[in-house]
Design a protein around this ligand. Structure first.
Ligand code: ZN
Length: 222
């Protein structure tokens, strides 16, 4: 491998082939205003049962899907994965060094004490006498401090930064690629579509389905 410290950022595009819906893109879940309102942190106070039922349903969808060829390819290499996805598919594929930038739907958390558990059912599990909540980052919430810190530290030392399944031009990808360039890293974007702005940000771009371009890109580095 030509590179020693590889950092990969993955977005919804890498999980599309697994059959999971995307969130913000055209036809994405959050283009439905009702669902988006339930994914806002304020819904935990005003419509907690509905919000938790929705996230439980998402978790059920995710539990039934397998990692894609792209997830499996990444799991073969020693690299740091920063993922914006909350589906846990990188871990399921065998990747160990995964920074969950937006948390995870595979764990629910007690807001009192921070204890986390696997979600147990549509009836909300309780801890410290209170209903638990998904450990995913909701709209209006901050990125978990430990994830933010781990991402920054990884980018500071990287010599190759690859963004996968994201446009690459919006936060956080746009900020990450600048940090990686500042660290002197080579930068690449692998996404279904590449727009003009992205070609200005990244040294190398490849358009195509993640399942095809990701295994090919990393095999060529070996
Ligand atoms: Zn607790």
């Amino acid at each position: 491998m030509r590179y020693r410290n590889i950092v990969v950022l993955t977005g919804a595009g890498i999980s599309q082939a697994a059959g999971l819906p995307t969130y913000r893109g055209p036809g994405g879940l959050w283009t439905n205003a009702d669902l988006a309102a339930l994914a806002d942190v304020s819904a935990l106070a005003t419509r907690r049962e509905e919000a938790c039922a929705m996230f439980w349903q998402f978790h059920q969808q995710i539990a039934n899907v397998e990692p894609t060829a792209a997830h499996r390819a990444l799991a073969q290499y020693e690299l740091t994965i920063i993922t914006q996805n909350v589906d846990g598919l990188h871990q399921k594929a065998g990747s160990r060094n995964v920074v969950e930038y937006h948390g995870s739907l595979a764990r629910w958390r007690c807001e009192r004490c921070g204890h986390e558990d696997a979600p147990a059912g549509p009836a909300q599990p309780r801890h410290c006498g209170e209903a638990m909540r998904p450990s995913a980052v909701l709209f209006g919430e901050l990125i978990p401090a430990e994830a933010e810190h781990a991402a920054k530290r990884a980018l500071r030392d990287c010599d190759l930064f690859v963004a996968i399944g994201t446009s690459g031009t919006v936060w956080p990808a746009a900020g990450f690629v600048r940090s990686a360039q500042y660290a002197g890293a080579h930068t690449a974007l692998l996404n279904l579509e590449i727009d003009d702005e992205a070609t200005e940000h990244f040294a190398e771009v490849r358009a195509g389905r993640a399942d095809e371009v990701v295994p090919a890109f990393f095999a060529a580095l070996a």
